[in-house]
Write a protein that binds this ligand. Sequence first.
Ligand SMILES: [Zn+2]
Ligand SMILES: [Zn+2]
Length: 136
Amino acid sequence: MTPIGGGCLCGEVRYEYRGMVGPAAYCHCEDCRRCTGSAFNVGVRLETEGFFLVRGAPRAFTKAAESGNSLTRHFCAACGSPVYTSSPRHPDCVFVKAGSLDDPAVVNPAYQSWVSSSVDWAEIPTDLPAYKRGRS
Ligand SMILES: [Zn+2]
Ligand SMILES: [Zn+2]
């Protein structure tokens, strides 16, 4: 099986994965908003046994989520990119940030959670001006 690769913006943290790519979930909770700096997080469930860090040593930050679950968020200390999340309650899986994957086509959105705390700007209005590249 060809491994799936991913990593942070600067390339200091790299991972490889061999296994089934689980469902991707949008999370609108406030913690995900803050740690991504965006409207929501998109997390992809991978099996821990197939997930390997092949470069770098991400820093980690642990916080109890509103659900009571303790979540550890792993991020690159050099560039700050969030890379993946783990939880002692679910040692069998990790959740990688969808945007950290080298091939975004493997992401399979399945559901969204915490829509009760979703912000109005989580949806992009179709009538906004849209530029093929950066607005110059
Ligand atoms: Zn980095
Ligand atoms: Zn969340």
